[in-house]
Every structure is written in structure tokens, then in C-alpha cells.
Write a new protein. Structure first.
Length: 283
């Protein structure tokens, strides 16, 4: 009896030790011997949801999802049925033109551009901007969350063994850049929130600032100013702090308690009080 008790105690101490080293013994239970499936383009073309098809699949950046639960959207006659089937790229465009009745479709580029024509439904992402690639990434996240991942399709983004291609690595680099720019834009809006704006046929246009303007909650309202971005001819209205230290500590700035009022990219609206939180614009 004591021998069994000591053995159980030793086993428990050993389990506690490996857990403390960052290893979770439960992972043994979660492991499966499932190997992620790699489909060929021909295989994927069978999953269009039509009569006699093998199912209903959709591919985004080479990742294949079973969208059967969204059949009313992606199945034949659905509003997004053009997404179902096989990725169409430059290499197989002629094949598709010769066999138009088959569902050779792609979800990647079209999700970024909104071009759902035969020329737009391609897996060619060359020339897309970081923000457009981030849009595709957001859709990929949506499908990952709401649908079952089947595997990958061999082609532009994965090879026959399911390994990423150089193009997918380029896509990820663009996505990373898109996320960096998005974070940068969010930070800028925190410093210079957009103004509220309205237009009436009798009184014309008006801009104003509040503690919620631009959808940015803060403890100050600010005053409206024209913001000029480098390389842009036009301006847009932002709300500017009138107290505290400048948010951009440039060498040309003199220490002050005027907030961002002296930022060289800002300009007052003509005919408006410089410290008023609203301004009626002259047409």
C-alpha cells in the first residue's frame, strides 16, 4: 500500500515539475495524427456546391474552408456563389475561358478590390497595397473563426507539400506593413481626432469638436483646424488640444503650454475664433 502511495506521489511531483517548465501534459490529449490536407486545383474545382459536387469549399490566400454551413450565401444561386471553387490565377485564366461553365473562382484579390468579374476573381495579389492585403487578412480571420479549415490548395501560396511559397511570404510582409500603418493611423487619430461635420442647405457647412468627435473618447474637446498631410494638396478637419505640451516634440517647436496649436501642419479656419470649438465654413 505504501509503495503504491509513494509511486502516486512521485508521479504527481513529476507532473508538477514538467508543468512548471512550461509543458502542459494535456497537450498529449489534444494531439491528433491528422495531417493537414493539401488539395490540387483540380480537386478543389469539385467543391462548388452544385449538383453532384463533393461539397462546398472556398479558398483565401491558399487556405481552404468548408463553407457548407453558409450554403445559402456561397452555394449555387447565393449572393457570393462566385467565391466557391478553385483559385483562378494568370496561369489558368485561359483554361477557365475555354471551360466557362466550371466554377474556377478565387476569393483573395476580389475581397480586397471588390472586383467580382471574371478578371477580378483571381489569386494574383501582385500590386495590392498593404491596406488591401490587410483587408484580405481580415477576411481570412473571419473564415478561420466561422468555418472549418480543410487544408491548403497547392498553387501560388503553398507548394504540393503544403509549405509556404515566396509569394505567401511577400503577402505576409505586406500584411505586417498594413498592420503597422493601421496602428500608426490609430495613434495619429488619438492625437488629432477628426472633427464632427454637418451641412444644411440654409446655413451651409459647420465643423465642431467634442470629447467624442471622430469616435475618439478623450478628456478634452479641442478646437477645429485644417490638417495638411505631407504630399497632399488638400486638408481635413482635426480637433487640436489647446493646453499642455506638444504631442510632436520637433526641434523647431518652442516649449509652450499651447498643446498642438503651433504644429506647422495646422492652419486656422478663416473667419473663425481661434479658440472656439466650432466653425461655420465659408463656401
Amino acid at each position: 500500500m505504501w509503495r503504491g502511495t509513494l509511486a502516486a506521489l512521485a508521479l504527481g511531483l513529476a507532473a508538477a515539475w514538467v508543468w512548471s517548465r512550461g509543458f502542459d501534459p494535456r497537450s498529449w490529449l489534444w494531439q491528433t495524427h491528422y495531417r493537414e490536407r493539401v488539395l490540387s486545383a483540380a480537386e478543389l474545382s469539385r467543391y462548388t456546391g452544385g449538383a453532384g459536387s463533393a461539397g462546398l469549399y472556398l479558398a483565401v490566400l491558399g487556405r481552404v474552408f468548408d463553407v457548407q454551413r453558409g450554403r445559402k450565401h456561397y452555394g449555387p444561386g447565393g449572393a457570393y456563389s462566385f467565391f466557391a471553387g478553385i483559385p483562378l490565377g494568370k496561369d489558368n485564366l485561359r483554361v477557365h475561358s475555354a471551360a466557362f461553365g466550371e466554377k474556377w473562382k478565387d476569393a483573395s484579390r476580389a475581397f480586397a478590390t471588390g472586383d467580382f468579374t471574371e478578371m477580378g476573381l483571381v489569386d494574383d495579389i501582385v500590386g495590392l497595397s498593404p491596406s488591401e492585403m490587410l483587408t484580405i487578412k481580415n477576411w481570412l480571420s473571419f473564415y478561420s473563426k466561422n468555418y472549418v479549415l480543410v487544408g491548403k490548395v497547392a498553387g501560388r501560396f503553398y507548394d504540393e507539400n503544403g509549405s509556404p511559397t515566396p509569394l505567401l511570404q511577400q503577402a505576409q510582409a505586406l500584411i505586417d506593413e498594413g498592420q503597422r500603418l493601421q496602428a500608426q493611423e490609430k495613434e495619429k487619430k488619438q492625437r488629432f481626432p477628426p472633427c464632427n461635420a454637418e451641412w444644411h442647405s440654409t446655413s451651409g457647412s459647420r465643423v465642431w469638436c467634442s470629447k467624442e468627435s471622430g469616435g475618439i473618447s478623450r478628456d478634452w474637446a479641442g478646437v477645429p483646424r485644417k490638417m495638411y498631410e505631407p504630399g497632399s494638396r488638400g486638408s481635413h478637419c482635426v480637433c487640436v488640444r489647446t493646453e499642455g505640451s506638444p504631442s510632436e516634440q520637433a526641434s523647431s517647436f518652442q516649449p509652450s503650454n499651447r498643446g498642438d496649436l503651433d504644429n506647422p501642419r495646422l492652419q486656422e479656419y478663416e473667419g473663425c475664433h481661434p479658440l472656439a470649438n466650432w466653425c461655420a465654413l465659408k463656401d
